[in-house]
Ligand binder design. Structure first.
Ligand SMILES: *Cc1c(COP(=O)(O)O)cnc(C)c1O
Length: 383
């Protein structure tokens, strides 16, 4: 089975983890500090705070942004459920904006329509690895004093108008889940240029306690104060060791993903029922996912049937994502119904995520494209 995504772990990665296992600190020690420093430098951001997942990163970022009960948080209808769940954890209401049909990035005009006096934050999701239009989003959020958050879980390695992802929004959230641009097994990071938010997120990941075991040991004191409610969202030294070694490879991985995307791009004229998403010229796409739209009319085959036939042939294609408010939890708890974001819903019926990951070859791409052609029922399409 050729999966839609897969981590690349090399011998220096497992050696780094092996060394970390022999250190006296297994969790939140000097390697976490070093990973934060190097990550901040890599994305040109003053501060980076490591946590144990991308979901924890979103939760911590929204908490730092002051999101709480009664607030609204605007986010795109097409994203992983974790983006919306983070708002719900804090008692806020997620408000879904429609997406641009060509890129599936949040539609800035629809964000503008959905701002109310209760809106506290806007989350842009860099869907598939393409950064959102942060300049346009900022023009909306600044006059309303909203916090702009990037769900950059797909886009590490990408750029917008020459600036790296991680330096584009007020708070930028990353995931290091195995399929993401780099991995720590599970892991996450938030970058920001606000030192007080970074300090709040460091407390938040440590139960809301102001000091750490290490800082108390250095100060020879046992006293600590829990000043706010927090969580145990700490990253381990093992994760940080893997993160440090993976971080050195992100540029290489991103170049390889872009190269594979170009190989796909060369072949679409032969497969008229498949259309890739659009790329804005002022951005470097990180290609966490390679998403196409499958035309049922031109292929004579519904997307779900194409999905099944591709799996039967050994291609682990996927669908990212079902509109968040279609999930039964959101329908039940927030009274949301299909019809809310029509372009997102139409896109959901057509999208297919094709395999892309650094260890893939041009021959793999060729096999995927050949299968996309072979499974189509062109006689049914013509009829
Ligand atoms: C993966 C992902 C998350 C959650 O990250 P985890 O590390 O799996 O918790 C959030 N948002 C998006 C868009 C993601 O793809």
């Amino acid at each position: 089975m050729l999966p839609y995504g897969r981590q690349t772990i090399e011998s220096d990665d497992w050696q780094a983890v092996y060394r970390a296992l022999q250190s006296p600190w297994l969790t939140t020690g000097p390697l976490v500090d070093e990973f934060e420093r190097q990550f901040a430098r890599a994305v040109d951001s003053p501060e980076a705070v490591a946590v144990h997942s991308g979901t924890a990163a979103l939760h911590a970022a929204l908490q730092a942004a002051g999101v709480g009960p009664g607030d609204e948080v605007i986010l795109p209808a097409i994203t992983f459920v974790a983006t919306a769940n983070a708002a719900v954890y804090l008692g806020a209401t997620p408000v879904f904006a429609d997406v641009d049909p060509e890129t599936l990035l949040i539609d800035v005009a629809d964000v503008a329509r959905k701002i109310t006096p209760r809106t506290r934050a806007v989350i842009g999701v860099d869907y598939a690895g393409q950064p959102c239009d942060y300049q346009a989003l900022r023009q909306l959020t600044e006059p309303h004093q909203l916090v702009l958050i990037a769900d950059a879980c797909h886009s590490l390695g990408g750029t917008y108008q020459g600036r790296p992802v991680g330096s584009l929004a007020d708070l930028n959230c990353f995931s290091f889940h195995p399929v993401k641009p780099m991995t720590t097994g599970e892991g996450g990071m938030i970058t920001t240029s606000h030192p007080e938010w970074a300090a709040a997120m460091r407390r938040f990941r440590n139960h809301g306690i102001d000091s750490t075991h290490r800082s108390r040991q250095a100060a020879i004191t046992h006293h600590y104060d829990m000043s706010a409610l927090g969580f145990n969202y700490r990253m381990t030294e093992l994760q940080a060791a893997l993160g440090l070694s993976q971080l050195r490879k992100v540029q290489r991985f991103t170049r390889r993903r872009a190269w594979l995307a170009d190989r796909y791009g060369e072949r679409w004229q032969d497969v008229p029922h498949v259309r890739p998403l659009a790329n804005a010229p002022d951005r470097r796409h990180a290609y966490h996912l390679y998403v196409v739209r499958w035309s049922a009319a031109k292929s004579g085959l519904e997307r779900d049937e194409a999905f099944r036939r591709l799996h039967a042939l050994g291609f682990g294609v996927n669908v990212h994502y079902r509109p968040v408010y279609w999930h039964s939890f959101y329908q039940r708890e927030f009274g949301l119904r299909p019809g809310l974001c029509r372009r997102a819903e139409q896109a959901y019926r057509e999208i297919l995520t094709l395999p892309i990951f650094p260890a893939m070859t041009a021959a793999d791409v060729q096999r995927v494209v050949a299968a996309l052609g072979d499974i189509a029922d062109l006689r049914a399409a013509a009829a």
